[in-house]
Design a protein around this ligand. Structure first.
Ligand code: CS2
Length: 514
């Protein structure tokens, strides 16, 4: 399913298309690239060129290119790769890769406002299934220095039954047999690194920008495992020469809607087929371990750190943990967007207490970080009325998200004998969500790479005779709960929360829990 339809709302149909020729006329409405785009080298190949990468990596890269306006750093053009669909390329090719980022929030009177920037550093767009050889060549280009990824949690093909690569996944089997035409991000990386090695080219930095703990090291483990199967010497070469920095990325980037495109195009004075909407906030802590140089991303708000793990933990548990809690509770209660949900006093109080009492105590002290202020700012970010971030969007792929967002915190607190009531309610909200119908009986699809397994779990749960039995059964779902199966306190807390969600509903449960 295409994320955004290829049609335009009629209101902006008469506007000229955004492209290099239309740029000069737009400069009073948007800031825009002011360097020679044609001279950009293809220094970064980005796998998964979705909205997030275009509002985060590309914005920081654009700033880095222009850090010294007298001498733009032209090494860092981005080649954007879509691993599945052609829609991004179809929308942006007629615009020669130009697109607009709208930074949205509300003014002091609560009125939505936006600042527009036309981004120039995305120079090429490739669609992997159409032309896998072009993707391999982009990664094996002599001027490529960094391969970055936002392929979402499920794109790493980690084995749901344990650690390591999911050898049984059909894409892995396919990629081992088709070095010239891989399908997975891992397959492209491994076979492109083999080409670089054969051709005597320099190494790449492989940089994951996904919301996974130890995202770089995780990627490294998976790449090396696949490479060792292809050729043990290749794995050795990668190990010795390439780097895999860990990073924490943070920016809320909801899916662009047709209404967004229309409104943006009218404000810009040119039709942009696929702009990106985001918040003013941006954060990025990345380990300074680059095998072949890097842009001066400081200029775009990045921080280079020696160890990203504490920042990842902070962000995954505070931002993403509470985001997922809001998503499941909000979706069930019919609160369609995050700002709508967080303006419910009971939900806001619940999230504040969750962050303060159950998440913050598990975080390491970080230099210069006031965790209470971080939490307060997060609530303000969630309340941004100009984003309309849909709870159903965040609810997707729960099996891939819950372990690092909520259950890692649960595990630590249980080990320390600390209460988990609010964390358990968030997890129970996910279990409750799996029934596929909200409190107003509106059905929705449960989108998850393990949707089949979840449907089976749900069916088995229906046959249980008590809520305790259902909670215990749920904790045995290994991809999410791992070694927490049958944990008595977790089972008891989940059962209590489920009982309340099912019989009293989201609002009353929250009023009773915060
Ligand atoms: C969200 C994230 O969709 C989701 O799962 O929690 O995309 C979130 O908006 C970003 O990680 C914020 O940095």
């Amino acid at each position: 399913m295409a994320l955004v339809s290829a049609t335009f709302a009629p209101a902006c149909m008469n506007l000229p298309r955004l492209d290099p020729a239309s740029l000069p006329a737009l400069r009073d409405k948007a800031t825009a690239a002011a360097y020679d785009r044609g001279a950009l080298a293809p220094g970064i190949v980005h796998l998964g060129i979705g909205a997030f990468a275009r509002a985060h990596l590309a914005i920081a890269t654009e700033a880095a290119i222009m850090a010294d306006p007298a001498r733009p750093d032209l090494r860092w053009g981005i080649v954007g790769v879509s691993l599945r669909q052609a829609d991004t390329r179809d929308a942006l090719a007629p615009q020669r890769g130009l697109y607009t980022v709208a930074v949205r929030d509300a003014d002091t009177a609560g009125q939505p406002r936006q600042a527009l920037q036309v981004v120039g550093c995305l120079t090429h767009l490739l669609v992997a299934p159409e032309d896998p050889a072009a993707v391999l060549e982009a990664l094996a280009h002599p001027q490529a220095r960094i391969a970055s990824l936002t392929v979402t949690e499920k794109g790493y093909l980690r084995d749901p039954a344990g650690a390591g690569l999911w050898w049984a996944h059909p894409d892995i089997a396919h990629d081992l047999g088709h070095p010239q035409a891989p399908r997975s991000a891992l397959g492209f990386i491994v076979h492109a690194l083999a080409l670089r090695r054969q051709r005597g080219l320099g190494p790449l930095t492989l940089m994951s920008l996904d919301n996974l703990p130890a995202n770089g090291r995780t990627l490294q483990g998976l790449v090396l495992a696949l490479a060792a199967t292809v050729d043990p010497n290749l794995a050795g070469w990668i190990q010795a020469r390439c780097t895999f920095p860990d990073s924490m990325v943070d920016r809320i980037v909801p899916r662009t809607t047709d209404a967004d495109r229309d409104r943006l195009s009218r404000a810009l004075g040119a039709r942009d087929a696929w702009p990106v909407m985001t918040e003013p906030f941006i954060d990025w802590a990345v380990e300074d371990r680059f095998a072949a140089g890097r842009p001066d991303w400081n200029a775009g708000g990045a921080r280079f750190v020696s160890e990203a793990a504490p920042w990842e933990r902070l962000k995954l548990r505070m931002v993403n943990g509470s985001h997922s809690a809001i998503a499941y509770l909000g979706a069930m209660a019919g609160w369609d967007t995050v700002d709508r949900a967080i303006n419910e006093p009971a939900l806001r109080a619940f999230v504040q207490a969750l962050l303060r009492d159950e998440v913050a105590p598990t975080l390491p002290a970080l230099p210069g970080l006031d965790v209470d202020a971080y939490g307060a700012r997060l609530i303000t970010r969630f309340a941004n009325p100009a984003l309309a971030h849909r709870t159903q969007q965040i609810a997707m792929d729960g099996t891939q998200k819950l372990p690092q967002r909520l259950l890692a915190t649960v595990r630590e607190r249980l080990a320390a004998g600390a209460p988990i009531t609010r964390l358990a309610l968030a997890v129970a909200a996910w279990l409750h969500y799996l029934r596929g119908v909200d409190e107003a009986q509106r059905p929705y699809p449960v989108e998850d790479p393990l949707a089949g397994e979840l449907a089976a779990l749900h069916r088995q749960a229906q046959a249980c005779t008590s809520v305790e039995e259902r909670a215990r059964l749920a904790t045995r779902f290994r991809p999410v709960f791992g070694d927490l199966a049958d944990h008595p306190e977790l089972v008891a807390e989940l059962a209590r929360a489920l009982q309340s969600l099912e019989h009293r509903g989201v609002r009353a449960t929250l009023e009773n829990t915060a």
